[in-house]
Write a protein of this length. Structure first.
Length: 128
């Protein structure tokens, strides 16, 4: 019944394509339409994170590696050195409370520790 309807809709189709060619066409389309296997490894994500960390270390004059050792743990988690340009070290904080706490710590002698840990000379520290 279905074949009769197809024949009425498209006369002459059966004569130009045999049953074998229909099957081969469907198989060819299935090969195109099959979903690719997902990459479940962490290589891509870890590679990107490693690249980001290396860049950050390069940008802040080697301070990135020592950051968590110098600062108290609660400050190290809420702030990151962002860039070092022209002797100005820019540090990004998570929020205003973290910025205030980091500012107090820097003024109470932490600034000298940060400047000493940095490979490049730091003239000023800017908090953002």
């Amino acid at each position: 019944m279905l074949n009769q309807q197809r024949e009425k809709a498209m006369p002459g189709l059966r004569s130009c394509m045999g049953r074998g060619s229909w099957i081969s066409q469907i198989e060819r389309l299935r090969r195109f339409r099959t979903p690719r296997a997902m990459d479940l490894s962490m290589d891509r994500a870890l590679g990107a994170e490693e690249k980001r960390l290396k860049k950050q270390t390069r940008v802040v004059g080697g301070l990135g590696e020592k950051w968590e050792e110098i600062l108290p743990p609660e400050l190290a988690l809420s702030s990151t050195p962002e860039r070092l340009s022209g002797g100005v070290l820019t540090i990004r904080t998570a929020d205003s409370a973290a910025r205030f706490a980091l500012d107090r710590w820097l003024r109470s002698g932490g600034e000298q520790l940060v400047k000493g840990a940095c490979a490049v000379s730091v003239v000023r520290i800017r908090l953002v």
